[in-house]
Ligand binder design. Sequence first.
Ligand code: 13P
Length: 254
Amino acid sequence: MRTPIIAANWKMHKTVTEALEFVEQLAGLLDTGNTETVICPPFPLLGCVAEACHKYGLRVGAQNMYWEATGAFTGEVSPLLLKDLAVDYVIIGHSERRQLFAETDQHVARKVKAAFAHDLTPIVCVGETLQQRQAEQTMDVVGEQVTVAVTGLDPSQVRRMVIAYEPVWAIGSGLAATGKDANEVACYIRKTIGELFSLKVARDVRLQYGGSVKPENIADFMQETDVDGALVGGAALDSAKFAGIINGVIGANS
Ligand code: 13P
């Protein structure tokens, strides 16, 4: 059984005060159940958010990292430092990183390897643009992104990783994919992992959907066979909305 995983990607939002207030409010709103919750704040908030989250069994993730452990890389943040701050997860290859900061599939692959080398669990983002979807290239694009990201990994690592399918056109647009469309791509990702590794590995890897997820549509995704959770942007900035999403998943599973 794959444990559902709901992650908040705060992107470049929230101050220290707002972040700590959010964690306290969220903890007070959550039902108990078998769902993993991850908060991914901006880098400077990781230490204090981790301390607050760990009191309540919430996990913490970074939104990016560099692949080297130390060195002359001005402005970068290393996996070693994330580990030192008690961070558990790291988002890698978000479409905003790919589009605005020129991250390539090869960068993603190096970061994924570095994450595992430092015992961090990567949440690898993949997804097609609107243009690629309209040209019916979705499976090719996502297949290639997944294949490069997992190249050279051990099966035991792939089993532990999380892959977030985030169609670029659905991010921040209010226009979510349908559950059926998300599941179709999730199935394809699982099939790709199955061919590259084994059925057992494919069965264990957890797949999220991301893109305009909110309390009102989370059930559409979670009822699908191959979607195990969500990576949430806008709706994860509001503790009541984010709690609504998590409690929706817990309710569906109990
Ligand atoms: P929205 O939920 O705001 O569409 O953002 C999704 C996202 O980019 C999460 O990583």
